[in-house]
Structure formats: structure tokens, C-alpha cells
Design a protein around this ligand. Sequence first.
Ligand code: ADP
Ligand code: MG
Length: 463
Amino acid sequence: MSDQQLQLGVDDAYVALQNAWECALEVLSKHVNKPSFDSWIKTAKPVSVDGNLVMITTNSRFAKHWLESKHLPLIKEILETQLERKLQLRVDFSESDEPVILTETLPQKPKPQPKHDEEPISLPLNNQYNFDNFVVGPTNRLAHACAMAISENPGKTYNPLFIYGGAGLGKTHLMHALGQTVLAKSPDAKVAYVSGEAFTYHYITSLREHRTAEFRRQYRSIDVWLVDDIQFLVGKERTEEEFFHTYNAIYDMGKQIVLTSDRAPKDLQLDSRLLSRFQCGMLADISPPDLETRMAILQTKAECENMTLSDDVILYIAKLIRTNIRQLEGALITLHAYASLMKTAVTLSLAEEVLSKNFGDAAPTVVDAQKVLNAVSKKFYVELTDLKGKCRSKNIVAPRQIAMYLMRELTDYSLPAIGKAIGGKDHTTVMHSCKKVEGKLATDKSFQAIITELTNQITGSRG
Ligand code: ADP
Ligand code: MG
């Protein structure tokens, strides 16, 4: 019996929590690669439950960060479903002697043992993030193509590559895919995947332990340096300075650098010398996927889970969650967990019941065709009757196509219903219009901005 159990006694609430925790572990084990799971999730434990407050302890500060930033919402969701009440989760850490951070990378690849007792600098690469299961759509095509090109020829094409975009849109996925593809071709390449956070942590530790020389030597032997979430360096002056020197050293040796951030370089408050270096390379932004891509992602993920989802369920989830693919997956996992617990099939009504209250972009407003038409008419100074009419002049056709596209994205109207709402057009016209708009979205930044602005206006979100 563990200390905690002794401390808590055989308490029903605690036993229920343990069972729920086991269930959460089972779900997470399928979604996190083994090294990370073993280092950071398996070592976490729920230690107490007091009313609705659940305390979880981890064995390092880094594990705490990692758990909080990546998996807490899902864990909460599962525990709440299992325990049938709302919970508050708090994560703490009690530092053990072993450093848990920066464990060995690369599952399944026999690698030479590191010399002496040096800690490898790379974080584990998740073998579930590969190019094959990355769904390409108009809003991530460029980033995907660049990452693929680099993985074929690191250091020779785009250097550095800077990928930016909002949370949960596939930046990390692309980085892991890139790193693993390089390693599959050249198993001896030194691929180091670090996050801005891990870099900071590693640097500070090396300062504290007087090992900066070793730190620098390690970083200067890298062939492909993948730095995820660079925005973490903002405001950390010494770390940023060290990063700058590391960056220059790696770059000057002709080695590949790939960076990600939640915003464009110009919006990062980093040293201008660093920003100008980023801007010299390739910039690729990822914006939220369109409806078709979201549906394709759901289909792919459902297949991985051996889940069969009907088209109406897929459409429902894809319309409910528009801006974050991680949430899209979360919804699927929750639905899966719920259906297997209740031993029922996944139907549209189950999806509505389970997902409507916890998922979806902030307060999803009900959007109808009229709302879309009004917004488009106002934006482009086109009369409603013209939008719905038959005039083929360019300044009316373009807004009309945009209106159809937005109805497809934001309402739950079918193609024929959209055709009807726009003055009795055929469903093939609607499809053609949506394709047109998608094509333009993929290549035209200012057009993307217009569509985003309209979307935010119509849904009442701030963007
Ligand atoms: P980010 O780093 O941009 O916050 P992630 O790379 O962590 O986002 O992606 C969040 C989740 O969404 C991951 O599980 C990832 O596999 C999935 N994902 C993101 N984009 C795609 C895509 N285009 N196709 C398939 N899965 C995706
Ligand atoms: Mg990420």
C-alpha cells in the first residue's frame, strides 16, 4: 500500500478517483508517445480529493508544466465524466533526485549510448506525429510543403523555417514529423527537438550547475535544430541572449533551424537582431482549417481510433469546433470514452449531449443564412437583392461566392439549402463557389483577413 493510501485511508472518494485516474491513463497512453508517457504521465499521481478539488503531484517542475500545458483539459474531462461532477484540478510537484527533463529521444531507434553521463538535449519525438497522418488543406499547405522539403534536404532549402499560428493547429506535429523523417533517412543525424521552455530550463540548470561549457558544446553539435514555441523566450533576457549565440553558431555551420511560435516574428517582443534573422528565412503561417479539412482530420483520427462515425456526427463536430485541432481531437476522444463507458453507439444525439456544453468555440452563436447575407452585404456594399440575384458582374459574383462559403462554414445548412437561401441556386453552384473561395484563401493573405473579419463579425467572436 502506498503512502498516499495510508494517509488517506480506504476512502471511497479516493478509490473512485484512482479508478477514474486509471481510465484517464488508458486514454492518454494511446495519445502520447511512450517515452513521454513513461516520464511525465505515469509518474504523476492523484494524491487527494477534497470536495471538487483534485490534487495531482508530479516529480518535477517540468513534468508539472508539461502536464498542465498539454493534457490537463483532457484529464479533467475524463475524470469529470467518470466521477460525474465538475472538478478543479491542481498540479503540484515534489522534486525527486532524478532529473526527468530531457530524456532520450526517438522511440524505436537504436542509438549509440551517450558519452559519459551527459543528458541528451532533445525532448522525445512523438512517433504518432508523422507526415502520413497530417491532413493538408489550404491553410497549412505552405508550412507542410516547407517541412517536407527540409526533411528531404536539411540545411539546403529553407533556412531557417519559421512556422507560426494559433494553438492546436499542427506546428508541433509538423516539427516532429520533420525530425523523424530526417532520422529515418540519416539515423546518425543529430536532431534536437526542444521547446522554448526546455531550452530555458536547460540553460538555467547549466548556469546553476556551472555546466555552461557543456551546454554550449552540446548545442553546437546539432545538425537539425527544432525549436518549438519560441515565444516562451520573450522577456527572459539572459536566455534570449544565449539563444541568439546558439542560433548563430548553428546557422553559421550551415545546419538546419526550424522554429515555431504562436505569432509572427514581427509580433514577438524579441531582440531585433534575432527577429531580422528569422525574417531572412522562410515564414509560413498556419491558420485554422476550413470545414472540409476539419472533416478530413476527424475522419483520419476516427480511423486511428477504430471508431466509426457517421457523416452527420463528423459534420456536427467539425462545425462545433472551428479554430483548434487539439480540441477537435479532444472532442473525439471524449465521445469515444463516453460511448464505451455507456456501451452505446456514437450517434448525433449522443454527440450533441456530450459535446455541446464543453466544446465549441466560445459561446457558439446560432448562425443563419440571413446573418451571413447581412454581413456580406454590408461589407461589400452590395444590396441583398443583388446578392441573391442573377447578375454576373464581378463585384457582385465575388461577394455572392463569399456568402455561400461562409454559410457552408458557419451554418448547418446543406448545400441545396444554401443554394435556396442565396436566391435559388443549384447545389453544384454552391460547391463551385466554396472551392473558388478556398482557392483564393490559400494564396491571398489580405483575402484571408477579410474572411476572418467577416467570420468573427457573424459569430460575434473577437478573433
Ligand atoms: P500546435 O503545436 O500548433 O499547438 P499541435 O501540432 O500540437 O498544434 O497539434 C494539435 C493536435 O492536432 C495534434 O494532436 C496534431 O496531431 C493534430 N493536428 C494538427 N494539425 C493536423 C493536421 N493537419 N492533420 C492531422 N492532425 C493534425
Ligand atoms: Mg505546439
